[in-house]
Design a protein around this ligand. Structure first.
Ligand SMILES: Cc1cc2nc3c(=O)[nH]c(=O)nc-3n(C[C@H](O)[C@H](O)[C@H](O)COP(=O)(O)OP(=O)(O)OC[C@H]3O[C@@H](n4cnc5c(N)ncnc54)[C@H](O)[C@@H]3O)c2cc1C
Length: 397
């Protein structure tokens, strides 16, 4: 770790103003004749190089190498709401078991909640070696402060090498908190995970607008942490449970919280396209919203759900929860029909694992054709009416 140290014995108003002017990140604060550096500092060293001599110094602390052999096991956080586990947790158990074969790690699960022993038993049916259960009325509702205290206590006791959790709304708030508390790194929204034989987790995700697949390693910290979206990995087959259920004592765990839960309101139930079996996905090729009516006969015939690409969210035609792709939902339907979609990597990453892919597009070089089982090259404004006529004809037979 490196940081900039300020020698306040050499600071006066003039020096402070000079440094404030030099810093491109607005990281200096001068208050009560004291100059300090805030969290904006990027250690660009401009103040050291260009500031008055000796006022700012770069301090580099020697990095201690951690002993990775002290950390063992892949822990999967079992996310739950009202006593029901989020299925991403079981998908992660499946992946953890694959990774564990390489690193020769045991696989563990962590269940936190109130009266949730059934979830611990459910985790055992997916073949985990141990489930740590923290069951208390204190954990009735997800409270990121209390839950983080639990993870910290659990980690300090068992020293896991890896922690995986879902990239769900809960996981997205919990994961970074956990990582900060455990003073480690976290890669969010991984699309692939691999394990080195030395136990280093390769956390793979698209970066720089999807132009590269970044491979991230946590080389000198433990645990190594990643979040993964629902439907990226397969849910494993259930097995005859062989693991151990460990009921942890919650007494010594700090339960102080600044969060007061006043009321819990359940969101109105809406269709989740991640669960759809048949999807018609529409893209920017549709010139106006009314043209979407063209897909209606096909949608009705297939009893399909409708989803879309990002531009159609941006122009207000759809609610964001209908977007397929990296910044939308990952879908794995039995059938997906892409209509007028270019197949940007951001889109393809969200649907490439569909069992059957059909694409209608007027560009012979359309990227989706490469991954489609059936392709129709043509103008949607011609293809869809013809398809609708055929369906209409069938209806009259
Ligand atoms: C960080 C980041 C995250 C992103 N996340 C997502 C995401 O989650 N989901 C997503 O969808 N996008 C996402 N995007 C945007 C993405 O890069 C593309 O811009 C977007 O997917 C393009 O949408 P589209 O294919 O509908 O439109 P276009 O790229 O405009 O493609 C339209 C397609 O329709 C074809 N076409 C045109 N007219 C006709 C016609 N009459 N008949 C038949 N075919 C026709 C064209 O040949 C073309 O192939 C993201 C971008 C960034 C930078």
């Amino acid at each position: 770790m490196a940081y900039i140290k300020v020698d306040n014995t050499k600071v006066n108003k003039e020096v402070a103003q000079k440094l404030i002017k030099i810093c491109p990140f607005n990281a200096f604060e001068y208050d009560d004749e004291m100059l300090s550096i805030n969290a904006n500092c990027r250690i660009c060293k401009m103040c050291v190089r260009k500031g008055p001599e000796g006022v700012c110094t770069l301090i580099e602390e020697e990095r201690k190498k951690i002993d990775k052999t002290q950390y063992k096991g892949i822990l999967v956080y079992i996310e739950q709401l009202n006593g029901k586990a989020h299925p991403v947790s079981f998908e992660l158990i499946g992946k953890a078991k694959e990774l564990a074969q390489v690193s020769k790690d045991p696989v563990f699960a962590l269940v936190i909640g109130n009266q949730v022993e059934h979830l611990a038993n459910e985790a055992l049916t997916y073949g985990v070696d141990k489930v740590y259960l923290y069951d208390s009325p204190l954990y009735e509702h997800f409270n990121v402060e209390r839950y983080t205290n639990v993870v910290e206590a659990c980690f300090n006791k068992h020293k896991f090498s890896t922690i995986l959790l879902g990239s769900t709304p809960q996981g997205r708030s919990f994961g970074p908190r956990m990582a900060a508390r455990l003073r480690t790194g976290l890669t969010a929204d991984c699309t692939k995970l691999e394990m080195d034989t030395n136990g280093d987790l390769l956390q793979i995700r698209p970066a720089f607008g999807g132009n590269i697949m970044a491979k991230i390693r946590t080389t000198n910290h433990r645990p190594q942490m990643a979040t993964v979206r629902y439907k990226i990995f397969k849910k494993p087959e259930a097995v005859k449970p062989f693991g151990q259920l460990i009921k942890e004592d919650v007494k010594g765990i700090n339960d102080h919280t600044f969060i007061e839960i006043l009321e819990v309101l359940n969101k109105p139930k809406s269709k989740d396209i991640s669960e759809s079996e048949i999807l018609i996905c529409v893209g920017r090729a549709f010139k106006k919203q009314a043209d979407l009516q063209l897909i209606e006969p096909l949608r009705k015939r297939l009893n399909a759900d409708v989803a879309c690409t990002r531009p159609l969210i941006e122009n207000g035609w759809f609610d964001a929860r209908y977007q397929v792709g990296l910044s939308g939902r990952t879908v794995k339907p039995k059938l997906i029909i892409n209509i007028g979609i270019s197949g940007a990597v951001h889109y393809i990453e969200g649907m490439k694992d569909a069992e059957m892919i059909i694409t209608i597009n007027n560009d012979p070089n359309n990227k989706l054709f490469n991954i489609s089982h059936y392709s129709i090259l043509g103008d949607l404004y011609e293809v869809l009416p013809r398809l609708n006529d055929l369906l209409e004809g069938e209806n009259h037979v």
